[in-house]
Unconditional design. Sequence first.
Lengths: 246, 184
Amino acid sequence: MPNLPWPTHSRGEPVTGDPSLAGLLAWAEFPAGSAPEMKPVAEVLAALTAGPADDELAGEAAALAAYRNRGSVPRPATRARRRRRRPLFPFPSVRVAAAVAAAAAVLSVSAFATAAYTQVLPAPVQRLAHAIIGAPGAGGGPATGPSPAGPGTTGAGGTGSAGGTPTGRAQPSPTSHVTGQPGTQPTPQGSAEPSTEPTPSDSGTPTPTKSRGKPSTHPTNGNGNGGGNGNGNGNKNGASTPTPQP
Amino acid sequence: MIGDGFAEVLAAAQEGSEAAFSRLWRDGNPALLRYARVVAAEGAEDVAADTWLHVVRGLADFRGDERAWRAWLFTTARRRAIDYARRRSRRPSGPLDEVPPGLLPAAPDAADLAIERISTRSAVALLAGLPAIQAEVIMLRVVAGLDTETVAQLVGRSPGAVRVAAHRGLRRLAGILAQAGVTL
């Protein structure tokens, strides 16, 4: 038997073998051959298993009432908890991913709508936005910004061409700042002739303001400065009609 | 313990016999109340009543012998005692110095309880002075009459741990009684 440096039982506790303790627990009485110090313990355990006192039977009427009404009482809460529906996204990572995806979708829709209302989308997409969310159509609608034609569109020496295409579709020109320069090919007949090439004042809503030239629809003898009015009156078949703006 | 006639009593109670249910209740409630006085102290009455309410609701679905019946009864009581402790911990409580001294509960001294003749209530109070797991295991073994394996399942420990807790509790109880000089 090893000589352990620590005690094998607590100080002050009687040393009692496990068989007698097991006997106490099993029969709640003092087993023969047990240590005498366990006799009070056996008395305590016997008192625990004594017959019922009056106060221990006092709640019988309430228990019987519950038994009578057992059909009307709701089921225990634990069963209700078991029937609870499973969440749509049971795992936190899936919930986070779903939230991020939803936020990205909202942001995308918002950005698309903003771009559509500011008319910065490509024409086909802008038309699509016009059809779906009522955004301004491609090339139409109220322009809140400055005219793309810019100042000097109809200035002296402007070509004065309406820029309408033969098909009648007005197309914007990427060279919108050249119209203030004298025409490279002055036409004595003025610019009342329709031009098949796109010209800067081709936005469909020509702006006659700030024109230093004399607006006129009559052809004049050009002096190199161009006699066109630059208002797009020379549109032969174009669908864009000049809309004077205040 | 009801004994041999338990199956008939249980069947009659499940079919609606109040007399049969009364017999089940009178057999089980004293032990249930003593167990609840150890694990739930002043909430013992509430725990016992709540336990019987749950037992009544599940009585029709119960299947088993008397041993299983007692195991179910005390398992339900233990859960109700845990619920009671949770509710009590959530409830705000004022400091004791605001309570008039006359209303404070008089904690029974273990020695006084041991010196007087051991009654059932005194024995329960002695057990309640032990560490919680030791007291609960002794109550389930002695009062509920459950074996070690069933108690182990009920308290969620191994049978060996249950044996150790029970033996330590009994040794501690013997030490308390020896210090009090009890000679019975």
